[in-house]
Design a protein around this ligand. Structure first.
Ligand code: UDP
Ligand code: MG
Length: 139
């Protein structure tokens, strides 16, 4: 099976709690290769652009404020069936509903501060990866 790519971002609750290393370890142990990675702090403008797709949802304003409240660690990841397998590894959006052993079950604080992002399609993985990384930053 061909390898493909997904995009992820460790969110401010998890970076702030010192869980960056533990989460990266889980990602690598699950067989994902890190293609690109950095640490950054989004402005409200950039967080708003990244989540533009959720603009009409009631939590948009809070989501943008939260995502610009601290450090994030965006990454492009590679694996067979990357998008679907990564969504399995992170678990449901609401950590109370996330399967035991998933990243959100272990590290998320709430439905909004839920530790980590994972792309929902191959198409969005490309768009989201391009938002953070140039072609020269991918190995
Ligand atoms: N979110 C929120 N309240 C909700 C649903 C989602 O604050 O009721 C936030 C949460 O941080 C989530 C993000 O908005 O990760 C994007 O929502 P989506 O439905 O795409 O969930 P995901 O794909 O991240 O599981
Ligand atoms: Mg989503």
């Amino acid at each position: 099976m061909a390898k493909n790519r997904t995009f992820t971002m460790i969110k401010p609750d998890a970076t702030g709690a010192g869980n960056t290393g533990a989460i990266i370890k889980m990602i690598e142990e699950a067989g994902f290769r890190i293609v690109a990675m950095k640490k950054a702090h989004l402005s409200t403008d950039l967080a708003g652009k990244f989540y533009e797709i959720h603009k009409e949802r009631p939590f948009y304003g809070e989501l943008v404020a939260y995502m610009s409240s601290g450090a994030i660690v965006p990454m492009i990841l590679e694996k067979e069936n990357a998008v679907e397998d990564f969504r399995k590894l992170i678990g449901a959006t609401d950590p109370k509903k996330a399967a035991p052993g998933t990243i959100r079950a272990l590290f998320a604080k709430s439905i909004d501060a839920n530790a980590i992002h994972g792309s929902d399609s191959d198409e969005n993985a490309v768009i989201e990866g391009n938002f953070f990384f140039s072609q020269f930053e991918r190995f």
